[in-house]
Design a protein around this ligand. Structure first.
Ligand SMILES: C[S@@+](CC[C@H](N)C(=O)[O-])C[C@H]1O[C@@H](n2cnc3c(N)ncnc32)[C@H](O)[C@@H]1O
Length: 250
C-alpha cells in the first residue's frame, strides 16, 4: 500500500465496524474469569484487537507475547503494553509466524490468530497451526469467510503466490482433513458507513477494504458509490455484512 498508510486505513476500517468489539466479547467469554492470562498473538500488528481483549478479559493480570513481520507495528504495540498496569510482562518481536521453529516463542496457555492466518496459504498456515498447537493449550483463530468484501484481498494474495489462503471455509476443510478437532461460532458483525462520512475516511475505508491503493474516482460521490456497491444503502447509512468465524482448537 503506497498512497495511504496501512495502519491508518486499517484503523478507519475498524472504527466503522462492530466486528472487533463482538469478537473481543466472544473470545473474552470463552477464556473466562481467573487470576492471570498468558497469551501469544501471531500477526499481532499494533494490537488493535489484542489491546481490546486485554482490557475486556476478566483476568487480573496478563502476560503477553506477540509476533508480527511489521517492525513499526511491533514497536508501537510494545510502547502501548508498557503503559498498561494490567500487563505484568510482555515480549513482542518482529518475525514471521511462518518461522515455525523460532525458539524465541515461549509456550503460553492461549495462542491467538486474529485476521492474520489468511495471509498464509493452506500448506504454510496448517504447518504454523500444528506447531502452535504444541505450544499452547488452546488456539483461537478469527478469520472471515471469503466473500464480496474481501475478494480483492484474496486476488492480491493470489498475485503474491499465496495458494488457498486460510479464509474460514478453507480453514474448516483443512482442520477436518488433518483430524484436528475444532468448534466454531459465527460472529455476525457488520460495517456501518454513514453517508455523511468525510471523503478522506471514505478513501481510507475503501483502500483497506480492497487491500490495495484505491484506483477508482476520488470525488465524494464516486467514493460513496463505491462503498454502496459493497452493501445496501438506507436511512443515511450504508450497511455491509462483515461476519467473522471464531475457531477454537484444542
Ligand atoms: C489485519 S492485521 C491484524 C492485526 C491484529 N491481530 C489485530 O487484529 O488488530 C494482520 C497482521 O498480520 C501480519 N502478518 C501477515 N503475515 C504475517 C506473517 N507471515 N507473520 C507474522 N505476521 C504476519 C500483518 O503484518 C498484520 O499486522
Amino acid at each position: 500500500m503506497d498512497e495511504l498508510d496501512y495502519n491508518t486505513c486499517n484503523a478507519t476500517f475498524r472504527s466503522l465496524t462492530d466486528q472487533q468489539r463482538l469478537m473481543a466479547e466472544e473470545t473474552s467469554r470463552q477464556i473466562g474469569a481467573g487470576a492471570d492470562l498468558e497469551l501469544t498473538s501471531y500477526g499481532c500488528g499494533f494490537g488493535m484487537f489484542e489491546l481490546e481483549l486485554i482490557a475486556r478479559v476478566p483476568r487480573r493480570t496478563v502476560w503477553f507475547q506477540g509476533v508480527d513481520t511489521n517492525g513499526e507495528a511491533v514497536a508501537r504495540l510494545r510502547a502501548e503494553l508498557a503503559g498498561l498496569p494490567k500487563v505484568r510482562g510482555h515480549r513482542v518481536f518482529t518475525a514471521s509466524m511462518s518461522d515455525i521453529t523460532d525458539r524465541r516463542i515461549a509456550a503460553t496457555e492461549y495462542g491467538l490468530f486474529v485476521q492474520s492466518l489468511c495471509y498464509l496459504g493452506a500448506d504454510d498456515g496448517m504447518a504454523v497451526l500444528k506447531e502452535a498447537r504444541n505450544r499452547h493449550r488452546r488456539l483461537f483463530v478469527a478469520v472471515t469467510p471469503l466473500n464480496r468484501l474481501n475478494g480483492p484481498f484474496a486476488d492480491s494474495l493470489a498475485q503474491q503466490g499465496v495458494v488457498r489462503p486460510l479464509f474460514a471455509q478453507t480453514l474448516a476443510e483443512e482442520l477436518t482433513r488433518f483430524g484436528m478437532g475444532f468448534m466454531s461460532v459465527t460472529v455476525d458483525a457488520e460495517i456501518v458507513v454513514p453517508v455523511s462520512e468525510p471523503s478522506q475516511r471514505l478513501l481510507e475505508f475503501l483502500t483497506f477494504a480492497r487491500h490495495q491503493p484505491w484506483s477508482g474516482g476520488t470525488s465524494r460521490a464516486e467514493l460513496l458509490d463505491a462503498v454502496s456497491e459493497l452493501g445496501t444503502r438506507a436511512a443515511g447509512e450504508i450497511r455491509v455484512p462483515h461476519p467473522v468465524e471464531l475457531f477454537t482448537i484444542r
